[in-house]
Design a protein around this ligand. Structure first.
Ligand SMILES: Cc1ncc(COP(=O)(O)O)c(C=O)c1O
Length: 363
C-alpha cells in the first residue's frame, strides 16, 4: 500500500470460527455498550522501512506483543470512535467518516505515530463493516467502530517507535447512558484537569483518558454520571466532559460551546453546530466560564445544556455538582432544542430523512 493509493484493499480472510447466528442474534438483542465484539478486525502493519503493508480483514484474536512493546511503556497510541448505522432499506452507512479519518491522522502526528492515509482509514472501516454486516444491529442500536494504532516495536527507550499496528475492532452497541435519557449530572472538576495548552488534549490518545479516570471516579463518588473538566491554568473555563463535548443554549438564541485547542474536535459537536441555524440558534465557539454557567442556570439566561459524542449522541445535562454547590439546568428536564437536535441527528444517521449535506457514507 502506498500513501497515494486512491483505493486501498483490505482483503477479507474469513474467520474459521465465526459466532453461530443464533448466538449472535442473542447478543444483538441487548448488546449494552462496549462489551460485545464481532468476528473480525481490520488490520495493517507499519514499519519505518516499508510503510503500511499487510492490510486485511481477519479473525479477531488476542494480540501478541513483546513485553517491551513501546505502547505498553510510553502509551504511544491513538484511537477513533465512529458508528455504522442500519438504514431503512437494510443497507449500512457510516456518519462523516472522513472527519474521523482526518482526526486520526492529526492525532497520530501529535503522538509521533505513522499517519494512516484517510482513504485507507475509510477503506478499513468499510471493509470490516461489510465483513461483519450481520452484526450491525437494528436501530436504535448501531455498530460502534474502534480504529486504533499502537506502537509495537520492542525497544525500551523514549523515541518514536519504528513499528506500529493499526486495527479496527467493532462492537454492536446500545445507548451509552441507558436509562439516563432524562438527563445526566456532571461533576465540575475544579482540581484535576484533563489537558493543557500545548499538550495532547486535542488528540484522541489513550493517555488522555487514563489521566481523566481519577476525575471520573471522583464524579461517580459524588453520584454524578461524568466529569466536566475546566481549563488547567485557571480552573475556570469549561472544556469538555470525559468523552463528550459540552454545549449550552442561551435565552437569546446562542448555541455556545468552548473553542478548540485543548479539547477534542468532536464530529458530533461540529455536526450540531452546523445544524444549529435550522433550529433558530446561532452557533458560537467562545470561552464559557463556570461562573457564567452557574449564574446563567440560576437567572435563566442559560436555558439548556447538553453533551455530544458518537457514543453518547446528544445527552441532556440537567444538573451540575461541585465543591461550590449543586445547581440544576432549567427545570431539570431535557430542553426542547436538545430534544429536537437529538432527533434530527438520529434521523440523519439512521437514514430517516434526506441527507443534503452528504453526511451518510454507504459502506
Ligand atoms: C474527550 C472527548 N471529547 C469529545 C468526544 C466527542 O467526539 P465525537 O463527537 O467525535 O465522538 C469524545 C468522543 O469521541 C471524547 O472522547
Amino acid at each position: 500500500m502506498t500513501t497515494s493509493a486512491a483505493r486501498v484493499d483490505f482483503p477479507h480472510v474469513p474467520s474459521p470460527d465465526p459466532t453461530p447466528a443464533a448466538q449472535r442474534d442473542g447478543l444483538l438483542a441487548d448488546p449494552g455498550f462496549g462489551r460485545v465484539f464481532t468476528d473480525h478486525v481490520a488490520t495493517a502493519t507499519w514499519t519505518a522501512g516499508r510503510g503500511w503493508h499487510d492490510t486485511a480483514v481477519r479473525a479477531a484474536e488476542p494480540l501478541t506483543l513483546h513485553p517491551a512493546a513501546a505502547v505498553l511503556h510510553y502509551a504511544q497510541e491513538v484511537f477513533e470512535g465512529l458508528k455504522a448505522y442500519r438504514q431503512p432499506d437494510g443497507s449500512v452507512a457510516l456518519f462523516r467518516p472522513d472527519l474521523n479519518a482526518a482526526r486520526f491522522a492529526r492525532s497520530a502526528r501529535r503522538l509521533a505515530l505513522p499517519e494512516l492515509p484517510p482513504e485507507a482509514f475509510v477503506a478499513a472501516v468499510s471493509a470490516l463493516v461489510r465483513a461483519d454486516e450481520a452484526w450491525v444491529p437494528e436501530p436504535p442500536a448501531s455498530l460502534y467502530l474502534r480504529p486504533f494504532t499502537v506502537a509495537t516495536e520492542a525497544f525500551l527507550g523514549v523515541r518514536p517507535a519504528e513499528e506500529a499496528r493499526f486495527l479496527v475492532a467493532a462492537s454492536p452497541a446500545g445507548p451509552l447512558f441507558a436509562g439516563r435519557e432524562a438527563g445526566v449530572t456532571l461533576w465540575i472538576s475544579d482540581e484535576l484537569s484533563r489537558a493543557a495548552q500545548g499538550g495532547t488534549g486535542d488528540a484522541k490518545c489513550g493517555g488522555n483518558y487514563a489521566a481523566g479516570l481519577a476525575a471520573q471516579t471522583l464524579a461517580r463518588s459524588h453520584d454524578c454520571d461524568q466529569v466536566l473538566f475546566l481549563d488547567a491554568r485557571e480552573h475556570r473555563w469549561l472544556e469538555e466532559s470525559g468523552t463528550m463535548n459540552v454545549l449550552v443554549v442561551t435565552a437569546d438564541g446562542e448555541l455556545a460551546t468552548p473553542p478548540l485547542g485543548t479539547i477534542l474536535d468532536g464530529v458530533t459537536r461540529r455536526s450540531v453546530l452546523e445544524l444549529a441555524a435550522g433550529h433558530g440558534l446561532t452557533p458560537v465557539e467562545r470561552p464559557i466560564s463556570v461562573e457564567e454557567l452557574r449564574a446563567g442556570c440560576a437567572d435563566g439566561s442559560i436555558t439548556e445544556v447538553f453533551a455530544t459524542g458518537t457514543a453518547a449522541v446528544i445527552s441532556p445535562i440537567v444538573a451540575f455538582r461541585s465543591t461550590a454547590g449543586d445547581f440544576a439546568v432549567g427545570d431539570g428536564t431535557p430542553g426542547p432544542h436538545t430534544r429536537a437536535l437529538h432527533a434530527e441527528l438520529l434521523d440523519v444517521q439512521f437514514g430517516r430523512v434526506p441527507d443534503p449535506r452528504g453526511w451518510r457514507v454507504p459502506v
